[in-house]
Design a protein around this ligand. Structure first.
Ligand code: FAD
Length: 447
């Protein structure tokens, strides 16, 4: 049996379905896919991170007597070139977004693809309601499936030590520069391994439930990027967290289940990548200037601006801030969630189609959610609640560094201050809230 092990969102050797299920002769590969890379900025941080992770994977595979062939190009062209070497199949992990499914369909026509679902613990096709239909709401999904993590340790994959490497003379990707990308500095948490992050988090998990919304603190695990690119398997994360006996782990486990849930929703409802999940037909505001000001962090609302400026600079945003800026865009500015989703996709280090689409639809009240449309975050009360001293805002916006934080927490206070010259807010929170409620109330439901 001759197999290609196509590493994609599973850049690891530990607990790898590919290395466990493979038999006999193998060729592990990674493809820098030009169809994806061509749409990215040459300073995209994710490419630097992936490049670094791929080199590390190559090293780890070498320690097992294997190697990683790193290609640059279109997957179908690469597999067409590899086909004459007589491969029986390609092993890879599942990927359910539209681009990935279409790509895999084409590749499968060249060499048979065998997919493993090892990026998540729940296999979406196995987890249906009693009536045989898929869950559409998180709470029952979690309640009925939480036995999976509560039961014994989840099974981990062992590497098959008898694999033999197939070598092939091909053009190696020499460097990031040769692919047209700059090597950029990464946030410090990305220089840590997933195991180091879990180790650090183990001392914080007790306070996770209480502190996780305080966005100027580092109270969460920062595991999303490592999970996204599979530097650690989700099974291993669950197993490691379960071992933290006595700690208040359930709240954190629920968050991991949100990731499972959104992957599940994308699998069962693939149209939700492009359409409102709940069928609401909202009359969105088409104002491009409002959208640009949101993107640039120039809305005049201090918390929104700080969150977006920080995001543009770092590619990271705390979950609470993601909820606040997405609510502001889709409710106060009444702009289609798809535009916000695309903007996040262009920069977010932990960008993952299913979590991003699901979360944006949740914010816009068009998604898999039982709460109706009147959930609208007020950015002023949110900053009062979670950043009373204005530490986050001050750390990001230099011109607000010496301002009394009380001015951040009350609509109009900053704009009316005689001592501060800051951008005037582009919307009134109260009026735009009413406009959103009217628009959602009047929206037809096509389902
Ligand atoms: P922790 O709080 O430590 O949570 C642990 C893990 O649970 C995370 O690493 C993540 O894998 C998962 N998780 C936590 N919350 C969620 C959630 N609400 N939905 C799905 N998974 C969750 N997360 C992504 O991984 N990729 C995205 O593209 C993404 N886009 C988002 C867009 C919006 C508008 C919103 C509101 C949320 C989005 N999230 C996304 C979810 C969440 O913000 C991030 O997972 C979290 O901030 C990552 O930080 P952490 O690893 O420290 O999380």
């Amino acid at each position: 049996m001759k197999q290609i092990l196509w590493f994609r969102r599973d850049l690891r050797v530990t607990n790898s379905a590919l290395l466990s299920k493979a038999k006999d002769e193998v060729m592990p590969i990674f493809i820098f896919d030009t169809d994806i890379l061509n749409s990215l900025d040459k300073e995209d941080k994710r490419v630097s991170f992936i490049y670094k992770s791929v080199l590390s994977l190559k090293k780890q595979l070498k320690a097992l007597g294997l190697d990683l062939a790193i290609f640059y190009g279109k997957p179908i062209e690469i597999f067409s070139k590899l086909k004459p070497l007589g491969f029986d199949e390609i092993l890879c992990s599942c990927d359910f977004d539209d681009y990935a499914k279409k790509r895999d369909e084409q590749v499968d026509k060249i060499i048979t693809l065998r997919r493993y679902s090892d990026s998540y613990i729940i296999k979406p096709w196995n987890a249906l309601k009693k009536d045989g239909t898929p869950y559409k709401v998180f709470t029952p999904f979690y309640k009925n499936l939480s036995f999976i993590w509560e039961s014994d340790a989840l099974e981990e994959f062992e590497v098959n030590k008898d694999l033999k490497l197939i070598t092939y003379d091909y053009e190696q990707v020499a460097s990031l520069e040769s692919m047209g990308f700059d090597e950029v500095e990464l946030p410090s948490f990305l220089n840590k391994t997933a195991h180091e992050l879990i180790e650090e988090f183990s001392s914080k998990i007790e306070d996770y439930e209480e502190q996780r919304d305080i966005f100027y603190k580092s109270a969460t695990s920062s595991l999303a990027v490592h999970l996204r690119f599979g530097l650690i398997s989700s099974v291993e994360v669950f197993n490691k967290i379960k071992k933290l006996k006595g700690a208040n782990i359930e709240f954190f486990i629920r968050e991991l289940f949100w990731r499972e849930f959104y992957n599940y929703i994308l699998f069962h409802f693939p149209k939700s990548e492009f359409e409102n999940f709940n069928g609401l037909e909202v009359s969105w505001n088409q104002n491009e200037e409002d959208f640009e000001r949101w993107c640039e962090g120039k809305t005049g609302v201090p918390l929104i601006d700080a969150a977006m400026i920080h995001f543009n600079k770092t590619g990271t945003m705390h979950n609470r801030l993601r909820m606040i800026v997405s609510s502001f865009l889709t409710k106060n500015l009444l702009i289609d969630w798809k535009k916000g989703e695309r903007y996040f996709a262009s920069k977010l280090l932990d960008y993952d189609a299913s979590s991003n689409i699901g979360s944006w639809q949740w914010a816009a009240s068009t998604g898999a959610d039982s709460v109706p449309y009147f959930r609208i975050f007020n950015p002023y009360t949110q900053s009062a609640k979670f950043d009373k001293e204005g530490l986050f805002i001050k750390s990001v916006i230099p011109e607000l560094k010496d301002v009394d934080p009380k001015l951040f927490h009350k609509e109009g206070a900053l704009a009316n201050s005689l001592f501060v010259d800051y951008i005037k807010p582009i919307v009134s929170i109260e009026l735009s809230r009413k406009r959103a409620l009217e628009a959602f109330k009047g929206a037809k439901n096509e389902k």
